[in-house]
Design a protein around this ligand. Structure first.
Ligand SMILES: NC(=O)c1ccc[n+]([C@@H]2O[C@H](COP(=O)([O-])OP(=O)(O)OC[C@H]3O[C@@H](n4cnc5c(N)ncnc54)[C@H](OP(=O)(O)O)[C@@H]3O)[C@@H](O)[C@H]2O)c1
Length: 247
């Protein structure tokens, strides 16, 4: 028996990085998972093949999560295939790091659209179904940068801090329908996003982390699984999985 047997989940940006680890963790506990991707089609297909070998069903949903039309199409496809959705993980995210003196409106808008507006579009697309079911687990991936701020990341910090505030408000409004909404705030985690950071800066970052190492996607996914499977009386919270970099 898995902790998520019979559950249906949707993970955005699920083909690689933290999203892939979340898909694997949910599927390992019995959930069927719809995997959203934007550009990583072959990774998404490989992951679906991997899960099919374990008997899990998947849906591959291509689209830009920063656009409402993507959500209408994705939730329509999930409804046709499965008739319900129990778990939504808003994981897709980007950085466009620049100091405020160099930041363009395009840098600002791209990050806010992908990281924050996606959470609003996603929640509003799944909300009618979850309210009707009287069950839903919504998990928004924030970042410790949304709590602490970070040099060169005003757009990213605003999007991730916005996710925390949005999550709390959604939690208040949806609690009476047994729909919980929580944010998970990772610290520095070994993915392509962190790989973009120059080596000298990585060394400076490592020196700031009390646990002395970066996190792994699987360590973030464990906490998402907890929120999806075991956190029945937890809502409106931000769970920090960050090696102590922000307390
Ligand atoms: N890595 C870290 O240190 C860290 C720390 C704190 C928080 N986070 C957060 O954790 C989440 C995952 O990060 P990661 O490190 O796994 O990043 P990553 O390796 O750079 O992967 C980014 C993911 O987001 C997807 N994505 C980007 N723009 C999209 C869009 N417009 N529509 C749909 N999907 C889109 C990508 O999909 P495609 O490849 O298909 O385009 C990819 O799956 C993000 O929200 C990030 O902000 C990461």
């Amino acid at each position: 028996m898995g902790r998520l047997d019979g559950r249906k989940a949707l993970v955005t940006g699920g083909a690689r990085g933290i999203g892939k680890a979340i898909v694997q963790a949910l599927a390992a506990e019995g959930a069927d998972v719809a995997i959203n991707y934007q550009s990583s089609e072959s990774d998404a297909r490989a992951l679906a093949d991997e899960l099919a070998k374990t008997g899990r069903k998947t849906l591959l949903l291509k689209g830009n999560v920063g656009e409402r039309d993507t959500w209408t199409a994705m939730v329509g496809e999930v409804t046709r295939a499965w008739g319900r959705l129990d778990i939504l993980v808003n994981n897709a995210g980007i950085t466009r790091d620049r100091t405020l003196r160099k930041m363009t409106d395009e840098d600002w808008r791209a990050v806010l659209d992908t990281n924050l507006n996606s959470c609003y579009f996603g929640l509003s697309a799944v909300m009618p179904m979850m309210v009707e079911q009287k069950f839903g687990r919504i998990i928004n991936i924030s970042s410790f940068v949304g709590q602490a701020g970070n040099f060169g990341q005003a757009n990213y910090a605003a999007s991730k801090g916005g996710i925390i505030a949005f999550t709390k408000t959604a939690a208040i409004e949806l609690a009476k329908y047994n729909v919980t909404c929580n944010a998970l705030a990772p610290g520095f985690t070994e993915t392509d996003m962190l790989a973009k950071v120059p080596e000298a800066v990585r060394a400076q970052i490592l020196a700031r982390i009390p646990m002395g190492r970066f996190g792994s996607p699987a360590e973030i996914a464990k906490a998402v699984l907890f929120l999806a499977a075991d956190a029945d009386y937890i809502t409106g919270q931000q769970i920090n999985v960050n090696g102590g970099v922000y307390m």
